[in-house]
Design a protein around this ligand. Structure first.
Ligand SMILES: NC(=O)c1ccc[n+]([C@@H]2O[C@H](COP(=O)([O-])OP(=O)(O)OC[C@H]3O[C@@H](n4cnc5c(N)ncnc54)[C@H](O)[C@@H]3O)[C@@H](O)[C@H]2O)c1
Length: 257
């Protein structure tokens, strides 16, 4: 009885991933801060920034059956918290989940971790010194160090998601030796409660939306479909990459100057 897990399953793209992953496995575990009640799934309450809660989640998955898929979608955005909390939820938790699931990996297991368009926006300003800090998110002093260096929540979000891309690529190397795959997925501006909140509270987001060549927000289902592909056996040789699902916004911004 194989098992798939979706974090952030209560709403937005996580909720859409639950729908797109139906049928992949016998058990589908839907995780969020409050246990989601979704027909045909096992709902679990788990704050992904709580190491003990992650340990309990992994134990539960292990008891249900062979681990097949993890869609790690849970995250918070710049208008939701300060830089320290953003690094904790978006980056530290991702590293902890990838590490915690690693012993469960069997041939065919796969993970997709949600990064962001924001990782591409900060790429031109990448700083090797900061990269070396974000590449060790489980260091004892990580949150003190990084939140001292980066106080702007928007930059923290981009940097944390850059860390997610890099953590996923590193995990792909380790999981690969057990026959497992890891990729990250970078959504553009997507029509979810988070996407709407950022559009309402950050005027720059509306300017960016005007630069999307496809001329619209992305749908949560359009992103979840790509996540489901990355987790499927059709993607059996795709590992260690970040897939940008943004309606060509990144090249659109580059050409807008
Ligand atoms: N919406 C966008 O435009 C957009 C763009 C780029 C990247 N992303 C990323 O995509 C992912 C999904 O975004 P969304 O728009 O669906 O967000 P959302 O806010 O609509 O939903 C996120 C879900 O994650 C859950 N969550 C938050 N913190 C959690 C925690 N500590 N533990 C467990 N669950 C937690 C929330 O309760 C919520 O149900 C996030 O990682 C986000 O950073 C979103």
């Amino acid at each position: 009885m194989t098992v798939a897990v979706v974090t952030g399953a209560g709403r937005g793209m996580g909720r859409s991933c639950v729908e797109k992953l139906r049928g992949l496995t016998e058990h589908l575990v839907a995780v969020d801060l409050v246990a989601p009640e979704i027909e045909g799934t096992i709902g679990l309450a788990c704050d992904v920034s709580d190491p003990a809660a992650i340990a309990t989640l992994v134990e539960r998955v292990d008891a249900l059956g062979p681990f097949r898929a993890l869609a790690h979608v849970a995250g918070i955005s710049p208008t939701m918290a300060d830089s320290r909390r953003i690094f904790d939820v978006d980056l530290v938790a991702t590293q902890r989940l990838l590490d915690a699931f690693e012993p469960l990996v069997v041939p065919g297991s796969a993970a997709v971790c949600f990064s962001s368009l924001a990782a591409y926006q900060i790429a031109p300003f990448a700083d090797p010194a900061l990269d070396s800090v974000i590449d060790e998110p489980l260091a004892a002093d990580f949150l003190d160090r990084i939140s001292g260096l980066v106080t702007d929540s928007g930059y923290a979000y981009g940097l944390a998601k850059r860390g997610v891309v890099r953590a996923s690529a590193r995990a792909a190397v380790r999981w690969g030796t057990r026959g497992g795959r890891v990729n990250s997925l970078a959504p553009g501006i997507i029509d979810t409660p988070m996407g709407r909140q950022e559009l309402e509270q950050q005027p720059v987001m509306r300017t960016m939306l005007e630069q999307v060549p496809l001329g619209r927000l992305g749908g949560a289902g359009e992103v979840a479909a790509v996540a489901a592909f990355l987790l499927s056996d059709d993607a059996s040789f795709v590992s260690g990459i970040d897939v940008l699902v943004d309606g060509a916004l990144v090249p659109g911004m580059a050409s807008a100057g």
